[in-house]
Design a protein. Structure first.
Length: 284
């Protein structure tokens, strides 16, 4: 089995022009992307052709940087509704814009059947531990509490972003050390392993906290062991993903083939390619 634990099926009509230009730059497969993002059956056929059995469809709210509104939750809920054996709908809310994160989260999950949540600090402009500093996000703790109670994993973007107006200071994963300590039953997935600046921080957090995992999406597989030379040591806490069709990600199958060619133990590859994802994102 193969699980892509980080792939983007998103409402293309919501992209801000600047973000859309960045997404579309240099892509020869743009029409394929738009087609499969608009048709669940076409997307499943795409996964079959690429050699992927299940996929985690990552969406988040960022109206000012990317263009995505709360409607992404309804979009991904509808897209996955009849295919929950293969597709995991990921959505969420904007911590700075929600006045009642815990209540809003409960409503989103009930209405749209979300299987996981996504936070993107560089695109939502907040620190993930801001609830501790007495500032303007005390309700963020209630978001984590509710996600923990609902047993919903929270995927958090770590590392940099090349999208216009993103603020990369928020991509440092060390703030999540507080979150992991304060909410020990909340599963956290550090997306992209902190690349390209904070890989050692992510490696430390994954080893330190039982509730912290990372995905290696957005990292060219040929560079993966340069970024994480001891990846085999955390093979039970890492998840394979592509970040397709993000900038710089040419395709799913080529990523999969390059990952399989890495000099890793077969048990480690099996854990990263699907076993860990089945634990973190169990089929509905």
């Amino acid at each position: 089995m193969v699980v892509d634990a980080h792939i983007h099926v998103q409402p293309w009509g919501q992209f801000r022009p600047e973000a859309l230009r960045r997404m579309a730059h240099g892509r020869a497969d743009l029409e394929t992307i738009k087609r499969v993002c608009g048709d669940p059956e076409a997307f499943l056929r795409f996964l079959d052709a690429e050699g992927v059995d299940r996929a985690v469809l990552v969406n988040y709210v960022s109206p000012d940087i990317i263009g995505f509104t709360d409607d992404v939750n309804a979009f991904v809920g509808r897209f996955c509704r009849d295919h929950r054996d293969r597709l995991v709908p990921v959505g969420g809310l904007h911590p700075r814009l929600s006045k009642d994160p815990a209540g809003d989260l409960s409503r989103l999950v009930e209405q749209h059947g979300l299987g996981a949540l996504k936070l993107h600090p560089p695109h939502q402009l907040f620190r993930t531990n801001a609830y501790r500093d007495g500032g303007d996000l005390p309700a963020l703790a209630r978001f984590y509490e509710r996600a923990q109670a609902l047993r919903l994993p929270v995927i958090v973007h770590t590392g940099t972003s090349i999208f216009p107006e993103a603020r990369n200071k928020y991509g440092d994963p060390m703030d999540l050390d507080d979150v992991a300590v304060d909410f020990p039953d909340l599963t956290l997935v550090l997306a992209h392993g902190g690349r390209p600046l904070w890989m050692e921080t992510c490696f430390f957090l994954v080893r330190r906290h039982p509730n912290v995992f990372m995905d290696v999406s957005g990292i060219p597989p040929r560079a993966l062991l340069t970024y994480f030379p001891r990846l085999a040591d955390v093979a039970d806490k890492a998840l394979w993903g592509t970040d397709w069709p993000g900038p710089g990600v040419p395709g799913v199958r080529v990523n999969l083939e390059q990952f399989r060619a890495l000099p890793l133990p077969e048990k480690a590859k099996e854990a990263i390619l699907w076993r860990n994802a089945q634990r973190v994102f169990p089929p509905a």
